[in-house]
Design a protein around this ligand. Structure first.
Ligand code: GLN
Length: 538
């Protein structure tokens, strides 16, 4: 094994304290001191991956370059570190059991009883160490999903105990807990933290660092108290106070010296200079906007903003690049009808129709695309949002009555969006879509896409089954909707535009997955730029 060090991030008291942001922020600081770092998420559910989960369950499904359908925290890892993750960065209990059971069927454990300890824990440890064995990383940070004490995450916690024993000083555990504030007495309470550390201790793990999530400053005496009761160095008890943007968290963690404490404990040089210039430049643009725009984000899961996490973050990045605040107006597609669309969309500067599956909310999305097309409102259609624009154009411009995607209506007379021949026999749902990064060749014809990317070959990530049906291409071109990006191998249409329109772009891929703090996505930048007040009026 290489000399990679391993940091485990566990959570206590409640879920949703921001383990993913804490892990990403620490990783950012370590990276900014010159160390190579990656982050991994262990998810305790039995699904093999989140690809088949409804977004209401765990929010967006993030897709990696290599086509893995993963937890949305991987999106944070990429946005903070500006580096792609892969299949190996997300492990699920379902995936662990699947490989152990496959090995059992192959006869790899012949004669043995297959048990949680050692077989499941060995597989978990193997998955954790895989990222280190390539010798690429100085430090691997592993975030354990769920909350300490959950039955589901016990095998993960046990694996961390075993790894700490094996790795010694090359490992440490950071435990993130909540210190609630009781308004009635005006006090911060540490008992829940003490109890959650006790749960960890019962599992054989002494945390090395405690990060206390809080709404109010935690003073020295409280830190001392927590340190004493939880058996942790008092300098290693730090606070994570609420901030207005997740992108401030690395700076807060730096102020708390989280990175230097970690480096010292792992025996690394903690005096390497911290270079956060590009990050600070981004923050100063984000915090000093010169204008503001409102984007209508139309989808059917808008009650849960996490369902569109990467799109929302890509808008933050693109806003900062344009020195403007992007307000998102979350619009449920089922609320849009022909007679209220102009009212609902009256106050938006641009429209995004979001990705999605199934026919619920389709009519509202099609009505919104028509409104954008007819009123010259900037439109970005992402995946299903591109397909919606194609269906709308077919019905209302090409007069192909009943045109549809065969996903929504298998019997449509005009299947302008359809399955490719080779996909028609596939019956399984899990992992059977067009997934991951594909090449797209742009056509140098003055399109917004070519202008944005400023190159001819791009790579973007996909997650869909259905495609633009090539049989209709000439009709679309003649009527003014053009393919401006195609897959060079298969000729599949990846981007459509309406050249007569101010800015109308539909992309079959998901540009939002590639937008990071240091590399905001060019299409999002150009889309937001088009909606700026000076451009609108100019
Ligand atoms: N449901 C569409 C398809 O499978 C679009 C998927 C998406 O928007 N990610 O092709």
């Amino acid at each position: 094994m290489s000399d990679t060090s391993y940091i485990f991030v566990t959570g206590g008291v409640t879920s949703s304290l921001g383990k993913g942001i804490l892990a990403s922020s620490l990783a950012k600081l370590l990276q900014s001191r010159g160390y190579t770092v990656t982050i991994q998420k262990l998810d305790p559910y039995i699904n093999v991956d989140p690809g088949t989960l409804n977004p209401y369950e765990h929010g967006e499904c993030f897709v990696t370059e290599d086509g893995a359908e993963t937890d949305l925290d991987l999106g944070h890892y990429e946005r903070f570190l500006n580096e792609p993750t892969s299949q190996a960065n997300n492990v699920t209990t379902g995936g662990i059991y699947q490989s152990v059971i496959n090995k059992e069927r192959r006869g790899d454990y012949l004669g043995k009883t297959v048990q949680i300890i050692p077989h499941i824990t060995d597989e978990i440890k193997r998955r954790i160490k895989i990222l280190g064995t390539k010798g690429k990383y100085d430090i691997v940070i592993t975030e354990i999903g769920g909350t300490v004490g959950d039955i589901e995450s016990l095998p993960y916690i046990e694996s961390v105990r075993q790894l700490k024993r094996e790795l010694g000083t090359r490992s440490l555990v950071i435990h993130l807990t909540l210190v609630p504030y009781l308004a009635a007495t005006g006090e911060l309470k540490t008992k829940p933290t003490q109890h959650s550390v006790k749960l960890l201790l019962e599992a054989g793990i002494q945390p090395d660092i405690l990060v206390l999530r809080t709404e109010h400053e935690i003073d020295f005496s409280i830190r001392e108290k927590v340190a004493l009761f939880c058996n942790v160095d008092s300098e290693a008890v730090i606070q994570s106070i609420n901030v207005s943007t997740i992108y401030e968290v690395p700076l807060k963690m730096r102020d708390e010296k989280l990175d230097t404490i970690v480096l010292k404990k792992l025996g690394f040089d903690s005096n390497q200079e911290l270079d956060m210039k590009a990050w600070n430049d981004f923050l100063s643009r984000l915090n000093n906007p010169k204008s503001s725009v409102t984007i209508g984000l139309i989808g059917k899961y808008v009650e849960l903003h996490d369902a569109y996490k990467s799109i929302a973050e890509a808008l933050v990045h693109a806003g900062a690049a344009n020195e403007c605040i992007v307000n998102i107006k979350w619009i449920h597609s089922e609320t849009i009808e022909k007679d209220n669309v102009s009212k609902i969309l009256a106050d938006v500067d641009g429209i995004i129709v979001a990705p999605g599956f199934g026919h619920r909310g389709m009519n509202g999305k099609i009505t919104a695309a028509k409104f954008a097309r007819e009123n010259n409102v900037p439109y970005l259609g992402i995946c299903l949002g591109m397909q919606v624009a194609v269906i709308e154009f077919a019905r209302n411009v090409l007069n192909l009555t009943g045109a549809d995607s065969t996903e929504m209506n298998p019997k449509t007379p005009f299947p302008v969006i359809d399955l490719m021949e080779h996909q028609k026999g596939i019956t399984n749902y899990g992992g059977t879509m067009r997934l991951g990064s594909y090449e797209c060749r742009l056509i140098e014809n003055g399109s917004h896409s070519f202008y944005s990317y400023n190159k001819l070959t791009i790579f973007e990530r996909h997650r869909h089954r259905y495609e633009f049906n090539d049989n209709y291409i000439n009709q679309f071109i003649e009527a003014g909707m053009e393919p401006v990006g195609v897959n060079p191998e298969t000729n599949l249409v990846e981007i459509i535009e309406i050249p007569q329109h101010k800015w109308f772009v539909g992309v079959q891929f998901h540009p939002e997955y590639q937008s990071t703090v240091l590399n905001p996505h060019p299409l999002f930048i150009d889309f937001i730029k088009t909606t700026l007040p000076e451009i609108q009026n100019g």
